[in-house]
Design a binder for this molecule. Sequence first.
Ligand code: FES
Length: 623
Amino acid sequence: MTTVRDGLGRVDLRFEPSGRQVRVPEGVTLFDAASWNGIAIDSTCGGHGTCKKCKVQILAGDAPITALDTRAFLPDQLKKGWRLACRVEVHSDLDVDVPPLETRPKAATVGVGRKVILRPAVQKRHLLLSTPSLSDQTSDVERILAAMDDLELKVDLYALRRIGKLLRADQNSPGPEAGVTAVVVDEALIDLEPGDTSERIFGIAFDLGTTTVVATLLDLVTGTPVAVASKLNPQQTFGADVITRISTIMMDERALERLTGLAHGALDELARDVCREGGVDPAEVYEVAVAGNATMTHILLGIDPEPLGMAPFVMTARKWPEVLASDVGVRIHPRARAVVFPALGAYVGGDIISGLLASGMDRDPRTRLFIDIGTNCEIVLASGERILATAAPAGPAFEGAAIRCGMRASTGAIEGVRISPDALELRVIGDAEPIGICGSGLVDAVAELVACGLVDRSGRFVAEEVAARIAPGVAARLTTVGAERVFVLHWRGEASSSIYLSQRDVRELQFAKAAIATGWNLLLEDAGIVPGDVQQVLLAGSFGSYLSPANAVRLGLVPKLPVLRVVSAGNVAGEGAKMALLSIRERAGAMALLEEVKYVELSDRADFNDRFVELLQFPTAGP
Ligand code: FES
């Protein structure tokens, strides 16, 4: 069991009595490793080495005795493997026994089935302070810090300005609302509030997408979502995708300021919406987390994204300094912080880091592929010791753009298609009259046409006489608009005014799927594994959530695997942002991903083009 690693890898930990096995980056503490994986170890200091409650017994493996261990345990206990979990840095595989807890910590299930033990950066303490007198002239701050038993706590100037008045008011009118509540974020006292407000702590998780912005108000005491609101990203008037927005900034020097202002306005408006809906005063929101792609994040912070738009695609920074919510336009508590997710590369941004956190890609021993499908498709492969990431330019097909009858996934969009030799069935958003096709409808339509033989492996519509023979009930839908062959999905008089799929649309999808498949094929090759080794494919992003796993397999968008291994992960970027608010350990996990994930650039690979051309073909019959 004692396998010492090379200093760069991961180690396997087994926790008894549950028998849970987890894989974590070497060098993290046992306490953090357990906490990241939803395994609770007793603690009142949160891993700071002051409470001596995090006692565990090492059953197998190496865990050197630290100075603090010698003060917490008797020599005999040390010999039997007892250690303080927050002092054990894991450098080899360990078997650990975790004693039952004295108090059960609160936990929330977030992300892709991840259990998060609540340990937000924001903490509150209700304090009843002694009254000063001529014989006790202790300063207000010292009185507070002594009551909190933490003389090292930093105190914000904002808090200092309010403390005196609040304490005098409290001392002059003691009653049922007596006392004050200290608001601490990380290691700093940011405010003092009258009375006991310790049950009112809120945070907002933002998913800042190129198309849509979503805000979730979270109760950080219970770990539950209180309200959710979303809106279209108002930057859309400057272009639908990041490249257009970067181009706008390149051409107009005032555009960055305007785009930044629009992002700030969107976050602030959503913050107000969720607070109103949740019955929460914005001043009770002490922290926000923002997950967005690298361009959205640069713009949000007012940083020129121009270098992201051209080779060699350099970011200004991968990690961001500590910023206040007010720096990103969100008017909540004046000292509220904003946690902005770091990015791995220009095209694997904070939204993907957030998604990886939410799906536990770094903590699962299985070989997993994470695919976020959009104009830019991000692909991450986690297998054994390695996590590899890349980005593939899929183009606008999935957004409905560049498709003749394409549209966004909104009311009237065909989102699902079933085609048999005799009939065609459509699923339309809002059960409305069809007015166009969105990305998932496009994937479904092409997959069904390939499956019933109306589109051949090369992506061409078959000849009309072939169609009449193999699919007599729908063959008449194969017709022409101008010089182009089309397949009509919904008749509206003439073919030209109907909702149809054109030969060029099929080609667009082929290009997109070939780019994505080239991405994961090359990652699998780099990791030395074959598609059949993949144990789970997670389809992330708003588009991925609507995609039919069966059709994703049929088209070759994902490896040819049993459909049950392909799952929709939902909005994982938003889930990761929530986790960062609920747990400082999860937040640290996101930062650790920056070091753990290796970015693989595909655009300069000699084999990219050959592979791309090979993968333009649609695969033969299903798995
Ligand atoms: Fe408090 Fe380890 S968690 S001493």
